[in-house]
Each structure stands twice: as structure tokens, then as C-alpha cells.
Design a protein around this ligand. Structure first.
Ligand code: ASP
Ligand code: MG
Length: 402
């Protein structure tokens, strides 16, 4: 069971978590907890660091940030002790999380969960600090924002647990952002592939890396509420029933920007040169469109995350003479709206409906990209939320599918 920041945000919430764990223990479940820092503590620690320092060495940032989770695990254990539930807290290092040396965004290399197993055998509830480990250089590391989800999934895998339950402040995975669309519906289940597409295209929770880990290792996930404690959304292998539901979810990503490179020569190797230069600068390119050529030249447009726009534009500009580029234009105000569903594979007409619906709403499509179970359209940022609403409506996602 992983508890996010809001789930342990104050003393009362921490005691509620302890109550919930005690109930499961009485039912005979063996439980391991992974806990995030309380409330917005991670944000607060990062803010203080920025006030203190302009350099902020990664090693020291990780030492600082991981303190948040360390406080939370101790407090959760104290609340459990009050209920007579034997518990023991473990830092990431104590729990056996070995990571690489990339501070602030370390990757898990191995989980040596012996101490956690021993604690379980001794009848204790192990309470593990999320999003942290110890590097191959023996330094404390932070797994990055949202890393506690990954800790939970990796630990579930290492312990061969029945499932990783990710407790959060929403009651599950919704057909779209419920803050945007009133009729958004909680799904009882969703496939790994669908959730992976959702998290890769704008759905903020669970953290995408944790879903990738779960997919790779076949860890069953249960995304659920730490407020109402009701059953949430199970993330499972695709079941044959899911084919009936063609579209399952609409997600949107505002953190998108567009670069247009005009007047490039239409000859072999030009796109290769441009995108190699972008890759060398660490730019993550998402959608790409190359126009039909006119008089030997063509335009290429692509999207990148907002904060990579300046880097992308200057990388393209550096190639101006070499590729005969006429102009490089950056546009920060684009968004990506995506329609996702595993049943899309065998059902024609999903794209047509999507484009007709956007057209009727007067929303212009700038670029399109697809996977076997996703269609994405780049639209003006100001149109994104309206696009989500009309699409959620047209595919009737407010109605349960089975
Ligand atoms: N507390 C960390 C964060 O806010 C890790 C986590 O909660 O997953 O990103
Ligand atoms: Mg968090």
C-alpha cells in the first residue's frame, strides 16, 4: 500500500491510514507500506533550497528531499504503535533500493528486500520511505517527482505481492480529468497499455515510470482513494471484454510547444540531420509533421515539452545555413488532446468521429499522431479543455460500457 502526500498530509490523516492498515491486518492480510512526504513538503523543501542556493548540488538536494519521506515513515509507525500494530520504518537504503548515481532522478537497479521480508516474518508492518534509495556510490538518491509510486511497484515485484495499491486523493482512474468534465466516470478496470498511454499523454497519476515498471514486471495495480477507502480502479492485463469499449479515456497535455522549420531542402538526410541535432541537445520530440514539398523545399513541424522549446529553437537555428532553413518559428501555446482505448484496434471510424467532433466545435487540428490504441491531435492551448469536453461527450464516456 502506497500513500501519497495528501493521504498522510496531517496527523488525522496519518491516524486514518493506521486505522485502515489495522483493519487489513485483522483480516489476515500481510501489508507493506510505502509513504510519501506529508502534503506539499517536497515542494516546500525544493523552494527553500532555491532560496538558499543557486548551485544546489544534486547530492545535497537528494539528502534534503528524502528527509520528507523519512519524517513521514516514522510518524506512520508511531500511529500504528498506538493501535498495537507492530511496525518498523525503513529508509530507501535500509529497504534495499540500490540505484544508479543520477541525483534527483535516480533509476532503481535492484531491490534487495531482505530486511523487509524479515520484518514481515517477524509479524511487523514494514513502512518504507518512497522515492529514495542508495546509489552504487553509497550516496542517498531521490527517484524523482512521483517516485513513491515506483517504489511501491518495485517493492511489490520484489516481494511477489498480490498487488500494489496506490492510495491517493482521487478514487481511481477517470475517463477524463474530473475537474474539467463533471460527468467523468471512475473506471473499475483498465488495461496496462491504456493506462500507460494515458500517463504518457497527460494523465498526471500514477507516475508514468511506475506504470512502465508495472507493465514490464506484470505487477497488478489498484489506484484508489485514501479518503473514502472505496474500491478504485484495477489495472490489469487486457481482457477480451475490453474490446467492446472502443474509446476508454480522453486526456490532454498543456505542456506542449510547437516548432516549425520552413524552407528546408527536400533531399535525403535533412530530417536526419535536424532530429539528430535535437537529440544531441536532449530534446524530447513528440509529434512530427513534414509537409508535401513545393519547388524542392518543405516545412517540418514538431512538438516538444514547453521547457525544451528554447533549446529546440536554437538547435534548429544553428542548422540554418547548413540546411538552407528559411525560418524557425516557436509556438508555446499548443496542447495535445488524445483519445485512448484498446478496442480502437478493431473498430474503424474512431478517428473520423474525433475529427468531425472537433470540426463541429470549430477547433482546428494542427497535427495528428497515432499509436494502435491512441489518436492525438495538437490544438491551440485555448481550445484544449473544450476539446476534452466535446470528445468525452461524443464517445459517451459518462456511460458505463458493460
Ligand atoms: N514526495 C515526492 C514528490 O512529491 C515523491 C512522491 O510523492 O512520489 O514528488
Ligand atoms: Mg506525491
Amino acid at each position: 500500500m502506497k500513500f501519497g502526500g495528501t493521504s498522510v498530509g496531517d496527523p488525522e490523516r496519518i491516524r486514518n491510514v493506521a486505522d485502515h492498515v489495522a483493519r487489513h491486518r485483522r483480516r489476515g492480510d500481510e501489508v507493506v507500506l510505502v509513504v510519501s512526504a506529508m502534503g506539499k513538503e517536497t515542494d516546500d523543501l525544493i523552494r527553500v533550497a532555491k532560496e538558499v542556493s543557486g548551485t544546489r548540488p544534486g547530492r545535497e538536494m537528494d539528502m534534503l528531499i528524502t528527509a520528507g519521506e523519512r519524517k513521514a515513515i516514522a510518524l506512520v509507525c508511531m500511529a500504528l504503535a498506538d493501535l498495537g500494530v507492530p511496525a518498523a520504518s525503513f529508509t530507501g537504503s535500509q529497504a534495499g533500493f540500490i540505484t544508479d548515481t543520477k541525483h534527483e532522478d535516480a533509476k532503481i537497479l535492484e531491490v534487495r528486500a531482505d530486511r523487509i521480508r524479515e520484518a514481515l516474518e517477524a509479524g511487523q508492518v514494514p513502512v518504507v520511505a518512497g522515492a529514495q534509495g542508495v546509489s552504487t556510490d553509497n550516496d542517498v538518491t531521490f527517484l524523482g517527482r512521483g517516485g513513491s509510486d515506483t517504489t511501491a511497484v518495485a517493492l511489490a515485484k520484489a516481494l511477489n505481492a498480490d498487488a500494489a495499491e496506490l492510495y491517493t486523493d482521487v478514487s481511481g482512474v477517470y475517463t477524463t480529468d474530473p475537474r474539467l468534465v463533471e460527468t467523468a466516470r471512475k473506471m473499475n478496470s483498465i488495461s496496462f497499455d491504456e493506462l500507460l498511454e494515458m500517463t504518457a499523454n497527460g494523465c498526471p497519476k500514477p507516475a508514468m515510470r511506475s506504470v512502465e515498471y508495472a507493465v514490464r514486471h506484470g505487477v497488478k495495480l489498484h489506484v484508489r482513494s485514501a479518503f473514502t477507502w472505496e474500491s478504485g480502479t484495477w489495472v490489469v492485463e487486457e481482457d477480451p471484454n475490453m474490446e467492446h469499449a472502443t474509446v476508454r479515456a480522453i486526456v490532454h497535455e498543456l505542456n506542449e510547444a510547437k516548432v516549425t522549420v520552413t524552407g528546408v531542402a527536400d533531399r535525403p538526410g535533412v530530417a536526419a540531420r535536424l532530429f539528430r541535432a535535437l537529440a544531441d541537445e536532449g530534446v524530447n520530440v513528440d509529434m512530427i509533421v513534414q509537409n508535401a514539398s513545393e519547388e524542392g523545399t518543405t516545412d517540418i513541424s514538431f512538438t516538444v515539452p514547453h521547457d525544451e522549446l528554447a533549446t529546440a529553437v536554437s538547435a534548429a537555428e544553428a542548422l540554418k545555413d547548413e540546411l538552407g532553413i528559411r525560418a524557425v518559428i516557436g509556438d508555446p501555446s499548443v496542447a495535445r488532446v488524445s483519445v485512448i482505448g484498446a478496442g480502437m484496434r478493431n473498430n474503424p471510424g474512431i478517428a473520423a468521429t474525433m475529427f468531425e467532433t472537433l470540426a463541429e466545435a470549430g477547433i482546428n487540428i494542427d497535427m495528428i499522431s497515432t499509436s494502435t490504441i491512441r489518436i492525438s491531435a495538437a490544438v491551440a492551448e485555448e481550445d484544449a479543455e473544450r476539446a476534452v469536453m466535446v470528445l468525452h461527450d461524443v464517445y459517451r464516456l459518462d456511460q458505463s460500457e458493460y
